[in-house]
Design a protein around this ligand. Structure first.
Ligand code: Z5A
Length: 212
């Protein structure tokens, strides 16, 4: 939502470490939106636009990327994504369901890579001052649980190849931000999928009630 110029659409981001079930549960959210006749787009970061998808490929499979270059490429992808896709959708009342957003930058580049959080804040201000998700669903599970689920899928990309300590810092940053911002809802993603989805549905129903 843009605090200076409120946008009628609803912006939902889904966050968490790898393998916690973001893709699986985004499909569940889409089914719920369709059942409720709510117009939406589903998108992802890094990516979501032609430029963003090219940056994603370079970020995940393109060979050596320095930590600062990684941070700037995440925000370059995001800047394009916001102007080309997210804001236009929110302006016409369409809901936007986004697989990761700036909270992932705080978690991975700030927590995981231990880059200066002040720099992330400055980039956030530059790229999307005033625009924040209405709801951030944090699917949370121990790193070992997420990695075991993700491992079944095959070869790790450049970021997935990081060690356990890196992902524990990522998870800790997500949980710390969840305490700080009211827009977060933390879902215990280590539970069986049916229970995870009962919890997500409750959050969505409550959001819908609040908006009506
Ligand atoms: N990144 C970054 O560093 N900085 C940024 O600013 C941004 C991103 C935006 C790409 O993300 C990478 O970019 C990511 C962070 C970085 N790197 N890492 N790591 P991505 O979102 O495209 O990739 P990912 O995090 O690796 O997501 P994923 O591995 O695809 O996982 P997922 O979508 O959360 O999980 P899933 O595919 O839905 O589920 C995995 C399996 O578990 C699957 O077989 C499911 O059936 C199963 N599953 C799901 N839920 C359950 C439950 N509850 N019980 C049992 N089994 C389950």
């Amino acid at each position: 939502m843009n605090v200076n110029d409120p946008l009628p659409g609803c912006f939902i981001t889904v966050e968490g470490i790898e393998g916690v079930g973001k893709s699986t549960n985004i499909q569940f959210i889409q089914d719920w939106l369709e059942l409720n006749n709510i117009p939406y787009i589903q998108t992802r970061e890094p990516g979501g636009t032609e430029l963003g998808e090219k940056l994603r490929e370079l970020l995940l499979h393109g060979g050596t990327v320095s930590d600062d270059a990684e941070l700037l490429m995440m925000f370059a992808s995001r800047a394009q994504h916001i102007s080309e896709k997210i804001k236009p959708a929110l302006k016409v009342g369409t809901w936007v369901i986004c697989d990761r957003f700036t909270d992932s930058t705080y978690a991975y580049q700030g927590g995981g890579r231990q880059l200066n959080v002040d720099n992330i804040q400055q980039l956030e201000q530059m790229v999307h001052a005033g625009l924040q998700p209405d709801l951030t669903l944090l699917l949370d599970a121990p790193v070992e649980v997420g990695r075991a689920r993700a491992a079944k899928r095959g070869a790790a990309d450049r970021i997935e190849a990081e060690d356990l300590a890196f992902f524990n810092r990522v998870r800790a940053m997500f949980l710390s931000r969840a305490k700080e911002f009211k827009r977060y809802e933390v879902i215990d993603a280590a539970q069986p999928l049916e229970q995870v989805q009962v919890a997500i549905k409750q959050v969505l129903e409550s959001l819908k009630r609040d908006l009506s």
